[in-house]
Every structure is written in C-alpha cells, then in structure tokens.
Design a protein around this ligand. Structure first.
Ligand SMILES: *[C@@H]1O[C@H](CO)[C@@H](O)[C@H](O)[C@H]1NC(C)=O
Ligand SMILES: *[C@@H]1O[C@H](CO)[C@@H](O)[C@H](O)[C@H]1NC(C)=O
Ligand SMILES: *[C@@H]1O[C@H](CO)[C@@H](O)[C@H](O)[C@H]1NC(C)=O
Ligand SMILES: *[C@@H]1O[C@H](CO)[C@@H](O)[C@H](O)[C@H]1NC(C)=O
Ligand SMILES: *[C@@H]1O[C@H](CO)[C@@H](O)[C@H](O)[C@H]1NC(C)=O
Ligand SMILES: *[C@@H]1O[C@H](CO)[C@@H](O)[C@H](O)[C@H]1NC(C)=O
Length: 384
C-alpha cells in the first residue's frame, strides 16, 4: 500500500513537472481589419489553421470581438489614445467602454488584456501621461464593479521611448522624468491589480540606431560571433530580443518591481523596397519571425527571467492600410514600411511555422505517458 502511494505521489509530481514545463510564451499577432481585407470570420479560420492562439486588436471594434467568441483565441484589446482624457476624468466613460466592448462578449470571447492607449509617451504630452494612470484605474474599477478580475489592465509603452540604454542590459533604467512620474506609479498599480507590463519591442529599431550590432544578432542567427556580453553580470546574450527584454526587467528591478510579467505587445520586422532601406526585406523578416517563434517555443526564457515573457504579439497579420490607421498612433515602427505576414488573399508572404520549435507536442506527451505506463507495470511486477 505504502509502495503504491509513494508511486502515485511520484507520478503526480512528475506530471506536474511535465505540464509545468510545457508552458511557454503565448504567440499572438496584431490584427487590424479593413474593408478591403477578408471578413473577420475568415481571419479566425486562417489563424486557427496557423495555430495562432492570441490576437491583439488595436481597433477593438465590437463586430471583430464578436467574431472571436467561441474560439480558443485570446484577445488583447486597445483603448484609443483619444479616449484617455475622458476615461481618466469620468468613471462612467470607462464603464461605457466596458459595456460596449467587454460585457456583451466576455467570457465567450477570451479577453485577457486591455491596454489603455498605445505608445502614449511618444506623443510627448505630459498631461496625457498624467491622465494615463487615472484612466487605467477607472477601467480596472469598472471591470471589478461587474465582477471581472481576470483581465489585465495596463498601458503600452515603446521600448525606445522609455529606456535609457540597453547596453549592458543590467544597467538599463527608465528615462526620466517619465520613469519617476509615470512608470514607477504604474508598476505599483500593476502589482496591486496583478497585471502585466506591456511594451512594444523592435530589435529592428535598435539595430538601426546602433550600426555596430551584427544583423545576425538581431535575427536570432546563432553564429559564433553573434553575441554581446553584459560586462556587469557576465551574462552572454545570443540575440538582441532577449537583451532588450532583460533591459526592461533590469529597469523594473531598479524601480522596485522585478516580478511583474512582461508582455511584448508589438514586435516584427519590416519588409519594403530594399533600395531605400537595405535590411527591410522579406528574407530578413522571415528569419526574424521564425527565429523569434523557435526561440519562444523553446521555453528557454531570458538570462534574467527563466520563464521568459508571458505573451508576444507579432506585428502584424496584414500590411496596414494607411487610410485606416492614419492618425491613430497605432504603430510604433515606421509608418511607411510593410509589416504584414499575410497577403490580403491570406496566403503567407513568407513561410513561417508558428508551431515549430521545442515545445512538447501532444504526441510527445502521449509518448511520455505510454512510457510511464510501461514503467508502472514493470515496477508493480517487481513488487510482487
Ligand atoms: C477549445 O479548447 C478546448 C480544450 O482544449 C476544446 O475542447 C475545444 O474544442 C476548443 N474549442 C474550439 C472552438 O476550438
Ligand atoms: C461622463 O461620460 C459619460 C459617458 O461618456 C457622458 O455621458 C457624461 O456626459 C460624462 N460626464 C462628464 C462630466 O464629462
Ligand atoms: C494573477 O494572474 C495570474 C495570471 O494572469 C493568475 O494565474 C493568478 O491566479 C492571479 N493572482 C491573483 C491573486 O489574482
Ligand atoms: C484602404 O481602405 C480604403 C477604404 O477604407 C480602400 O478604399 C482602399 O482601397 C484600401 N487600400 C488598400 C491598399 O487596400
Ligand atoms: C496571393 O497574393 C499574392 C500577392 O498578390 C500572390 O503573389 C499570390 O500568388 C496570391 N495567392 C493566391 C493563392 O492567389
Ligand atoms: C511545423 O513544425 C511542426 C513541429 O516541428 C511540424 O510537426 C510541422 O510539420 C511543421 N509544419 C510545416 C508546414 O512545416
């Protein structure tokens, strides 16, 4: 009896270990609909066939949200910057937004995150930054008022607008005065509300600013010379993405909040006319995105955070239509390049396997379970 009990304990511990190691970063994609693109229902189908399980909606149109009901695709909604002043001053404006975009669909639509604004500090408007925290609080309270506590509410900054330096990452801090007046109080609020830190993070932009960075380092090419050492901690970085994530984590630690989950709300690689922008080409976009997916699926995390970032949203599913995205602060990359992964006819611009990499597939779990059963049978025979 005691033998079988300890065996059961052993097995449950092993299963716990197995299934906890399955959790890797959720990979999603940013999707902005447009009248010239296929309807959202078709987009849902293609996302499911690509095994993409999370979507960020910078234009959170109720009809689009409805299309994702009863799917297993989680949603990250964005409240436009233009609504921040009214939502910050007026709780009922926050409730109105929640009543229109969340209540009719939740939980059938798996809304997991709401970003109050995108890239707000880029507009250099300190009053907006002040209002930001009030607006986030109002949205959070409106959700709690209707009994919803599982949705993380935050705002999204762009890496290049909030960080001082990323070399070495361990010395990174948030830029002042935003660090002291906006980001630090935000981190406190995120801790209180069990929410995540959202950041737009483009290795492409940092690579463009720092010509000494080898392009392979930005593109996840693990070549012998593609690394950067953090001279303070002695940690070796093999790709720019991890280095930038750890810069954010180091800056959060300096601000006294090192354990808040990090969500990369936008990342991608542009694809344009290579005669004007040499590195903005499809072959590099494919290398970046496949390298990113493989790296995230491997579950290796970053040197400073073993579990890695919580979610990453690839920017973006379709090339943006300028007439739809104009004046909406929807993107932090250049406005002139094409960032899309799919053509409007929903074929892929370049082949990316979103299910690739080192995560444990259901088939592998089945194999492991099968081996265990053999072991258990062997063990119980031995006990006789
Ligand atoms: C959602 O996932 C659950 C559990 O994995 C599964 O049973 C269900 O069929 C899925 N639903 C859809 C619409 O894919
Ligand atoms: C607060 O917001 C609601 C809904 O948007 C609006 O009807 C009301 O006039 C606003 N009140 C003030 C004082 O701005
Ligand atoms: C905090 O959020 C995580 C994931 O979003 C969840 O698993 C956990 O239960 C939450 N904790 C509390 C105290 O609400
Ligand atoms: C962009 O959208 C407008 C309508 O909103 C449409 O007329 C135009 O053809 C679209 N452009 C492209 C390149 O799809
Ligand atoms: C989809 O559109 C792209 C670009 O216009 C084109 O190259 C490709 O052949 C099209 N694919 C299909 C299946 O129509
Ligand atoms: C994508 O990767 C998975 C896991 O490595 C593999 O099973 C699948 O066949 C690949 N799909 C394509 C289209 O290459």
């Amino acid at each position: 009896m005691s033998h079988s009990l300890s065996l059961i304990t052993f097995l449950s511990l092993l299963f716990l270990f197995l299934f906890s190691s399955v959790t890797a970063t959720t990979i999603g994609v940013t999707y902005i609909s447009s009248p010239t693109l296929p309807p959202p229902e078709k987009v849902v189908d293609v996302l499911q066939s690509l095994k993409i399980t999370a979507v960020r909606l910078p234009v959170a149109d109720p009809d689009i949200i409805r299309a994702f009901s009863y799917t297993n695709i989680s949603l990250f909604l964005v409240i436009p910057n233009s609504l921040i002043p009214s939502i910050s001053g007026n709780r009922s404006a926050a409730s109105l937004w929640i009543y229109k975009h969340v209540i009719p669909f939740y939980p059938r639509a798996q809304i997991t995150a709401i970003s109050v604004g995108n890239n707000v500090l880029a507009e250099g408007d300190v009053t907006t930054a002040d209002l930001l925290l009030l607006a986030i609080r109002n949205v959070h309270r409106s959700l709690v008022d209707v009994g919803i506590r599982q949705i993380t509410v935050s705002t999204t900054f762009s890496f290049v607008n909030i960080m001082t330096t990323s070399f070495p990452p361990s010395s990174a801090e948030f830029q002042e005065p935003a660090g002291k007046f906006v980001i630090k109080p935000l981190l406190q609020l995120l801790t209180e509300t069990n929410s995540s830190f959202f950041v737009n993070l483009y290795p492409y932009s940092v690579y463009k600013l720092r010509p000494e960075i080898p392009i392979g380092f930005a593109l996840f090419q693990e070549l012998a010379y593609n690394f950067r050492d953090d001279t303070v901690t002695g940690v070796r970085y093999r790709n720019l993405f991890d280095l930038m994530v750890d810069a954010v984590i180091a800056a959060m630690a300096v601000a006294g909040h090192e354990n808040i989950p990090v969500v990369v709300a936008e990342t991608g690689w542009p694809c344009f006319d290579p005669s004007t922008e040499a590195e903005a080409r499809g072959v590099y976009a494919k290398m970046y995105l496949q390298g990113l997916v493989n790296h995230l699926r491997s579950g290796k995390g970053t040197p400073l955070r073993k579990e890695g970032v919580a979610d990453v949203y690839i920017y973006e599913l379709f090339d943006a239509n300028e007439s739809v995205t104009k004046n909406q602060a929807l993107r932090s990359g250049g406005t002139w390049q094409n960032w899309g992964v799919l053509f409007p006819n929903m074929s892929m611009k370049f082949q990316i396997n979103f299910s690739n990499g080192g995560s444990i597939s259901p088939a592998a779990v089945y194999d492991i379970v099968f081996c265990f059963l053999l072991l258990v049978i062997g063990y119980s025979n031995y006990l006789r």
